[in-house]
Design a protein around this ligand. Structure first.
Ligand SMILES: Cc1cc2nc3c(=O)[nH]c(=O)nc-3n(C[C@H](O)[C@H](O)[C@H](O)COP(=O)(O)OP(=O)(O)OC[C@H]3O[C@@H](n4cnc5c(N)ncnc54)[C@H](O)[C@@H]3O)c2cc1C
Length: 456
């Protein structure tokens, strides 16, 4: 019998941060130095920045779902499920597996990288009627939904129903919302040619944001260029505006306008995964407060990073924290692995420092704006930089090949606007896709760890 016990490293979440961390641990640690376990509900790493292109059908869902088991060298044990609570005192992570079993997983080191969920507000009807753009299922669902609106409007004899099915509202003028509105508008613009009975002028896309500018991080000039491109394409942009009320067949804006629509896409920011609240530790705007080394001060062996952690942005200074971007998450993933290893070997951990490389915004076709290293680009050069950046950031050659092939195929053959119907008649609220009601309270976590009851 093998009586040697190795330190157990548990990584939660297989996104940009979690996967980079695991791969580096596998490379740098010998198998007998530590056991590495990854808990993730899905068998892939999702390349989120390309999600709007899945919704618009430029890419297939598989092409941005990067396999976690591509290489025989991968030796991490993968638990298929989601962490629903962490008890820091007894060093146990409570997991709900994909078959709904509750498992207590002990660890010596835990790396928390569960990312974020869609941020919502207390707006009547919002959580029941809005779709998010955070998961592969949501992107595929929205694509089907948008195409079904064209199908239903085409079949309808009722002009009021037709008009409401052909209006679409996207809330959130950050890069996620702007790209989503831009890509989906291209989808309906191209698809309507296959519906000779539909009047294209009835199709209306609204992009709204409570802020006075779209994507303020782009700066004034580039931000205005993005707005100009969208307005030229017929997208109605309303700034300083939000939603007052959402219903199944209409949305009321805060400026009093009532828009008949069956499509409300909500991309107004993100908040840390609800897993973070189960720790009962200090947070900054919901993200776990960590040191620049990404460890939890005062708690040995606890690390957090990516969208779920408030990692100090030392390159910016002034008490800033790193923005929730893939750019930071994947670099933090590599860095945290080095710090876990340093901690394991009794060496000194290093603080995370990364100077932002800029932003790329793909508005579909040849429309784009980018600001790599502070250089402002528009049109084709911006598009080349945006696609080149995402393409090179895809982790495997197979994913790179799939994405490139899809881009080429789409450029040559276009889209067939096929509605798959896979998720038709399924509940489609935010919580149904993001499982936000799966988490335990800190008290339930304690009870589960002490064995005094199975949480409901
Ligand atoms: C539409 C869109 C466009 C974007 N575009 C850009 C862009 O152009 N550039 C950029 O830098 N950033 C972009 N971002 C932001 C970027 O994707 C995130 O900042 C990045 O994904 C954060 O990485 P992460 O590892 O922290 O979280 P994620 O990549 O979200 O990974 C979290 C992982 O944890 C899993 N998980 C969640 N809960 C649990 C749990 N309880 N237990 C176990 N696993 C769990 C999730 O399934 C997921 O696999 C975009 C985001 C969106 C939504």
């Amino acid at each position: 019998m093998n009586t040697v016990t190795r330190p157990r490293i548990l990584v939660v979440g297989a996104g940009f941060a979690g996967v980079e961390c695991v791969r580096r641990l596998e490379r740098k640690l010998s198998p007998d130095e530590a056991d590495v376990t990854l808990v993730t509900p899905f068998a892939y790493q999702l390349y989120l920045p390309l999600l709007p292109q899945v919704a618009s059908g430029v890419l297939t869902p598989q092409s941005i779902a990067v396999s976690l088991r591509r290489s025989k060298k991968y030796r991490t044990r993968i638990i298929p499920g989601g962490a629903i609570g962490v008890d820091l005192k007894s060093k146990v992570c409570v997991i709900r597996t994909i078959t709904d079993e509750i498992v207590n997983e002990p660890y010596d080191y835990i790396v928390l990288a569960p990312g974020s969920i869609t941020r919502t507000f207390d707006i009547p009807g919002l959580t029941d009627h809005a779709f998010g753009m955070k998961t592969l299922a949501e992107a595929a669902y929205i694509r089907d939904h948008v195409i079904s609106q064209l199908d239903l409007a085409d079949a309808s004899q009722d002009p009021v129903e037709r008009a409401s099915r052909l209006q679409f509202v996207v809330v959130g003028g950050g890069y996620a919302g702007t790209e989503t509105a831009a890509c989906l508008q291209r989808l309906t613009h191209a698809a309507v040619k296959r519906y000779p009975r539909l009047d294209p002028s009835l199709i209306k896309w609204h992009l709204i944001d409570i802020a006075p500018k779209l994507m303020p991080e782009l700066g004034d000039k580039l931000g205005s260029s993005a707005q100009e491109i969208l307005r030229r394409r017929g997208i109605e942009i309303s700034l300083g505006t939000s939603i007052a009320k959402a219903g199944p067949e209409e949305v009321t804006f805060t400026d009093g306008r009532v828009i008949p629509t069956r499509t409300l896409i909500w991309t107004a920011g993100v908040v840390a995964s609800p897993l973070i609240a189960t720790l009962g530790a200090e947070t900054v705007k919901g993200r776990l407060a960590v040191a620049p080394e990404m460890n939890l001060p005062g708690d040995d062996g606890v690390f957090a990073l990516g969208d779920s952690a408030a990692v100090p942005d030392l390159a910016k200074g002034d008490g800033a924290m790193c923005p929730p971007t893939a750019q930071h998450a994947l670099r933090q993933g590599r860095h945290v692995a080095d710090n876990v290893i340093a901690s394991l070997r009794g060496q000194v951990m290093k603080p995370y420092v990364h100077k932002d490389l800029g932003l790329v915004v793909d508005l579909g076709g040849t429309d784009a704006v980018s600001k790599p290293l502070g250089i402002e680009l528009r049109g084709l050069p911006a598009q080349a930089v945006a696609r080149g950046y995402h393409w090179s950031a895809l982790r495997t050659n197979v994913a790179k090949t799939r994405v490139m092939t899809n881009w080429l195929l789409n450029a040559v053959a276009g889209d067939d606007f096929v509605r798959t119907g896979f998720q038709a008649r399924k509940a489609a609220r935010l919580k149904d896709f993001e499982y936000t009601d799966a988490y335990l309270t800190p008290e339930q976590v304690r009870a589960q760890v002490e064995g005094s009851g199975r949480p409901d």
